[in-house]
Design a protein around this ligand. Structure first.
Ligand code: G3H
Length: 542
């Protein structure tokens, strides 16, 4: 048992010691994509550093310089918005009126080209955001699969629409239509996957987009700009680099954004909505923060539960919106749970993302280790104890996961979404304690329920299903598989994402209606046979 913060030893790292395939390759990228052109940015650039420290020419161990990207100003950002507006052209543009099969072809070409950049993107995921090699590869592959799956899902959706219905003497041809211009902002923890989970369904449905990567995980987008340029008509996808303050805010202020698609913190989402002068025009597709609890019942299989709680709390160092961010453990098993769980946490390997069996890796946000340390100190000053031996050991880019028990509502750790390696444990006597805490929480994404007795679990599921949007039974919380609905209650989300649901979130049902009479029917029939309309079409995409 220790509640003292000590130094976590790290070896000085020379670039030459790193396997060649994983060495960083400096990339000063001064381009951006607007109106189908890769333009050269001549203004200020901003350096991109990795918190993985290496030896520089003077022999000092410093954050590794990976390259630089444009620090763009509001004017080019507004030009990008204009380009997206022009491409949508109030619904008249080539992209929103194009036949679905042609749009799908563009997406397919893009996914095929994207695959050629796997190694570069995976290497940058490791250096920019410290994700392990396995998880970086998974993120890349999952994203490519997501594009192909989205294409298939849209085909199915379109197949269902390739017909006329008749109700109450009115023929109706119902399809899903785009909404307009989408501002797309992704998070740093899944800079490729979560951004593309917004961008791809948005554009496939016929919207046009302006996209800006998050603060970390920026360079890894750069190898894909050329593919975006080659595969989409001008203005459909516009990509900018820089700070939200100079880019996203001025864009929102114009009132010309139809959809704000953001995965990140609700404070950013609210601040951006506040900029928009026409609130009812603005649709929201938001994936926000959460404080998913794990509720461990007295009869839970401990070995299994601990395995799931390790992956739930600490995969990617807890930097997942779906991470288990608080564990409620029944008081009858608390000592046993804490001992086993602490041992498992202390057995996790901290190291560099490409090292074998590494599970814990440097945190990409330079101020995160201090933030985690502050949470630990606040909790321990109010009666919490660090129950694992290595808990809270700190280095310049990491804080070893601290398991803290007992945690209560006087502590910051109870309320804040820690999004990092510290695990609050709350012993409970009565199941109403976690249920009441969940009901009072501002969040409502998912829960993990660990137990065996169906007489206990059954009624609990019925309540939990009304507090969150996914009840994981004896399983860690997670977003995937991507075909399942990903959403949340309260401050955790607005609208639903999944391969299928995202297509709905980025579109609206529109239809052509015509009273059933010989005059109208003749016109409808010749319309269908003529190929004059891409909307009124019985074209069936196989
Ligand atoms: O950051 C939140 C992500 O959506 C979590 O996704 O459960 O696949 O890690 P994941």
């Amino acid at each position: 048992m220790s509640n003292v913060l000590t130094q976590l030893d790290i070896e000085p790292l020379k670039i030459s010691d790193i396997p060649e395939a994983f060495r960083p390759q400096k990339n000063n990228f001064n381009q951006y994509l607007v109106d189908g052109e890769l333009k050269t940015w001549k203004g200020k650039m901003v350096d991109v550093y990795s918190t993985i420290r290496t030896e520089n020419e003077s022999g000092e161990i410093v954050p590794t310089l990976l390259g630089s990207v444009p620090d763009m100003e509001s004017e080019p950002a507004l030009n990008a918005l204009e380009s997206a507006r022009k491409a949508f052209d109030r619904g008249k543009g080539q992209w929103p009126t194009m036949r679905v099969r042609e749009r799908l072809n563009c997406l397919k070409r893009f996914a095929d080209k994207m695959k050629n950049h796997r190694n570069e993107v995976v290497r940058l995921l490791m250096w920019e955001i410290g994700k392990t090699l396995t998880d970086s590869e998974k993120e890349f592959d999952r994203t490519v699969d997501y594009i192909y799956d989205t294409i298939d899902a849209y085909k199915k959706l379109d197949q269902k629409s390739a017909k006329f219905e008749k109700e109450g003497g009115i023929h109706a041809h119902i399809r899903r239509s785009p909404l307009g211009v989408v501002l797309c902002l992704g998070p740093y923890n899944y800079p490729l996957n979560e951004t593309f989970c917004l961008l791809i369904p948005a554009v496939i449905m016929g919207n046009t987009a302006v996209f800006k990567p998050a603060k970390h995980g920026v360079l890894l987008i750069t190898p894909l700009l050329e593919a975006f340029k080659e595969c989409f008509p001008p203005g459909v996808v516009n990509i900018l680099f820089g700070r939200g303050r100079k880019i996203a805010q001025p864009i929102m202020k114009t009132g010309h954004v139809d959809v704000l698609a953001l995965i990140g913190h609700s404070s950013s989402a609210v601040a951006l909505q506040d900029e928009h002068p026409n609130k009812n025009r603005l649709r929201l597709v938001l994936g926000l923060e959460a404080k998913n609890p794990g509720v461990i019942l007295p009869d839970a299989d401990l070995d299994h539960t601990i395995k799931e709680c390790i992956s739930g709390t600490l995969s990617y160092n807890g930097q997942r919106c779906t991470a288990l961010k608080v564990l409620y453990v029944h008081e009858s098993i608390i000592d046993q749970f804490n001992n086993k769980f602490s041992e498992a946490v202390d057995g996790l390997k901290f190291g560099l993302p490409w090292e074998k069996d590494v599970f814990l890796t440097p945190l990409p946000e330079p101020n995160k280790p201090q933030y985690i340390k502050d949470l630990i100190e606040d909790a321990t000053s109010k009666g919490g104890k660090v129950v694992n031996k290595k808990g809270g050991q700190i280095s310049v880019n990491y804080t070893y996961p601290a398991v803290i028990c007992p945690v209560n509502d006087t502590m910051n750790l109870y309320h804040e979404e820690q999004f990092g390696p510290v695990i609050p444990i709350i012993p409970y006597k009565d199941i109403n304690e976690p249920l009441n805490a969940m009901a009072a929480s501002d969040y409502g994404q998912q829960v993990s329920l660990f137990g065996r007795d169906v007489r206990k679990i059954g009624p609990l599921i019925d309540i939990l299903a009304n507090l969150v949007c996914r009840v994981n039974l004896n399983s860690a919380c997670q977003r995937g598989p991507d075909v399942y609905p990903f959403t949340g209650r309260k401050n955790s989300a607005v609208s639903t994402l999944s391969v299928f649901d995202a297509l709905r979130s980025f579109s609206i049902r529109t239809f052509v209606a015509s009273k059933d009479n010989p005059y109208n029917n003749e016109i409808l029939e010749s319309l269908l046979n003529s190929n004059e309309s891409n909307f009124v079409s019985s074209d069936y995409i196989l």
